[in-house]
Ligand binder design. Structure first.
Ligand code: FEO
Ligand code: CA
Ligand code: CA
Ligand code: CA
Length: 640
């Protein structure tokens, strides 16, 4: 029926080159265009001048024994560690009004699903309780539920298709907030909890920032253009210094169907037959012919106050509309807030947003609107290892009415096209971005791009140096003067993922340590350990290219030495994604997404069960995404 979600084809047909600074760098085009299967040579980060940070990275101790690659249907952690399954798809969230138990045959109703964990956990953040404390014993976990496998969600999968199934699918999307506490060495979900909350594909959500109230966002159901129902395809996320959770809408295009897609719909991948959710068959707002502006109301960063279940989530349009993978927040030298975000599709861009105003820890009310005012930038990586952030501001850099941008609302809604106009660099699927807690160096996973170098597609460039980049890489940059608000940076490639024993030299990568492929989740802990999580597609893992790499996994990197060590392997055909720690560093929460993912079919309940029955191992049940709490048996700091 449908293709796997990784198949969503690239939609950046803009003519802008993958980078246009080749000549400025004084390097001949021949060197870059004559790749003929070879890897483009890389700039050297260490020799770049003018962008040094003023603090050296401390070397974090990575003390665990690495785990070997695995193809088993189980979760493996190093000796001396214990992993506890904490919160699975279908577990009650803990709302006092109702805590329906999971039905292992998937016969639960849409109403029950809206009171339970959604499907396909992704980003996760720990918020201590009480608010403002540093408790590592009690807190809130806010997490994303990215999408649904409707084959698993309903007893007969998608063999029949009804309005009730659409409602249940919408109820399995969104975000959970659950209260958790540590009792001895075990975590438990507190039920009921006054903080417990589900935000779904039908929850009212406010719209703020430059696009709020724009004609582009008005629909029949919402003539104000200021309130939308639901948040969808919540993938990676982030957190703010003022204690809110950021959840990011990624492949929103897949929910919409357009009989004859417009140019702007095509630019975001909205197609005639959607991506298989079939919501448009029972909910007209997902039929773009009926409601063409509804899709403009998705693809945003959404801010949620986890401490106040009555507070409406807010879509922050100033940060631009694209397939937001995440929203990594850091502070500029002068206290302004900087948010990094990748657009996860082949040949798409990396963005950052810098607020107009400064973060003030003493002014909670002012912080609530910080993300509504500022400048959105897009990245251009030059071949010489330099780079610049180009402002996506109406009236500048060609973003004028004459070029189809009537105002800043249009720049935000059509951020991809704005990136095309200013000549941003086409990347190999930007996923998570992480900022080193001390040096402020920024790391970004580029998960893969098998199409780079194919006929009619862009070839390799300095920042995306491999054709047929099946294993992906991690790029990093230093902002000028070590200031996240800077508009120039220096970059290099931190690591090319791969298999050292691969018969094709171009696929061997340069990993110092344990090999991996398709880096996706990326997160620095407080000690400066860079945690890498992988998301190879099921059909890739079934191929010879993954024979020595195995199931998706989580690794720890020492960015001072480049050493990378495998920490965890997931069950079969899962993705490992989302990571957060308690303030004491003694509990790591990780999400295991889509165990049993079928290589090509998401409508048949039997297919995933051929691969996985994690974590319940119930022959009559279904594989379930879940949050896992990981601790050392001696209670020590995780990873040290
Ligand atoms: Fe949902 Fe790009 O990962
Ligand atoms: Ca991801
Ligand atoms: Ca991914
Ligand atoms: Ca995923």
């Amino acid at each position: 029926m449908t293709k796997a979600f990784d198949d969503l084809c690239e939609s950046n047909t803009s003519p802008n080159p993958t980078f246009d600074d080749v000549l400025r760098a004084g390097i001949s085009r021949r060197r870059f265009l004559g790749y003929a299967g070879a890897i483009v040579s890389l700039p050297t980060f260490a020799t770049l001048a003018g962008c040094a940070t003023d603090r050296a990275a401390p070397a974090p101790v990575i003390g665990f024994q690495p785990v070997p690659p695995s193809t088993a249907d189980t979760l493996v952690v190093p000796p001396g560690y214990r992993a506890q399954v904490l919160y699975r798809w279908g577990d009650p969230v803990g709302v006092a009004a109702g805590m329906p138990a999971f039905r292992s045959d998937a016969s639960g109703s849409a109403e029950e699903q809206a009171l339970q964990a959604g499907m396909h956990h992704d980003a996760i953040e720990y918020f201590p309780l009480p608010a403002g404390a540093a408790s590592s014993m009690r807190g809130l976990l806010a997490m994303n539920h990215e999408y649904t496998d409707d084959g698993l969600l309903h007893p007969d999968g998608m063999k029949t298709w009804t309005a009730e199934k659409v409602r249940k699918s919408q109820a399995a999307h969104g975000v959970s907030v659950v209260e958790v506490e540590l009792a001895g060495a075990e975590w438990r979900v507190v039920r009921p909890s006054r903080y417990a909350r589900r935000i779904t594909g039908a929850t009212p959500i406010a719209i703020s920032g430059p696009a709020a109230g724009s004609e582009l966002l008005k629909t029949a159901a919402d003539p104000s253009g200021r309130e939308v129902l639901g948040t969808l395809n919540n993938c990676a996320g982030g957190r703010t210094p003022w204690g809110t959770y950021l959840t990011c809408e990624e492949n929103f295009n897949g929910y919409f169907s357009a009989a004859t897609p417009s140019e702007s719909e095509r630019r975001y991948g909205i197609r005639k037959d959607g991506a298989g959710y079939r919501w448009d068959e029972h909910d007209a707002r997902f039929d773009a012919a009926t409601e063409p502006n509804e899709a403009n109301r998705f693809g945003w960063v959404v801010e949620i106050d986890p401490y106040d279940p009555a507070a409406a989530p807010v879509k922050r349009t100033a940060l631009g509309r694209f397939k937001h993978e995440g929203a990594m927040v850091t502070l500029a030298r002068d206290g302004r807030v900087v948010v990094y975000s990748g657009d996860d599709e082949r040949f798409e861009y990396i963005y950052k947003f810098v607020t107009r105003d400064r973060y003030d820890p003493a002014n909670a009310a002012a912080n609530r609107t910080l993300l509504d005012h500022g400048t959105l930038y897009v990245a251009r990586f030059a071949a010489d290892g330099g780079g610049e952030w180009i402002a996506l501001e109406h009236g500048r850099n060609g973003l004028t009415a004459a070029n189809g941008f009537a105002d800043q609302a249009a720049v935000c809604v059509f951020a991809r096209r704005a990136g095309d106009v200013v000549g941003a660099t086409k990347m190999d699927r930007p996923e998570w971005i992480a900022v080193h807690p001390v040096t402020k160096e920024v790391y970004c996973t580029l998960t893969n791009n098998a199409d780079r170098g194919k006929e009619k597609q862009p070839g390799p460039d300095a920042a995306n140096p491999r054709p047929a980049n099946i294993y992906g890489h991690i790029i990093r940059w230093r902002e000028a003067g070590g200031d996240p608000a800077a508009t120039r940076f220096a970059w290099d490639v931190f690591v090319l993922a791969g298999d050292k024993q691969h018969p094709d030299p171009a696929k061997r990568g340069n990993v110092k340590g344990d090999d991996f492929g398709c880096p996706d989740g990326l997160w620095f802990d407080a000690r400066g350990v860079l945690w890498i999580q992988t998301d190879a597609a099921a059909r890739a893992m079934a191929s010879e290219d993954w024979r020595r790499i195995g199931n998706n996994q989580m690794l720890a990197a020492d960015v001072t030495t480049g050493e990378i060590r495998r920490f965890l392997t997931g069950p079969r055909n899962c993705e490992v994604t989302g990571a957060t720690m308690t303030p004491d560093g003694r509990t790591l929460f990780v999400n295991i997404q889509h165990p049993g993912e079928a290589p090509s079919e998401r409508g048949d309940p039997e297919k995933p069960r051929q691969f996985s029955s994690w974590p319940d191992f119930d022959p009559a049940g279904r594989p379930r995404s879940a949050t896992v709490a990981i601790r050392r048996e001696d209670g020590g700091v995780v990873g040290s």
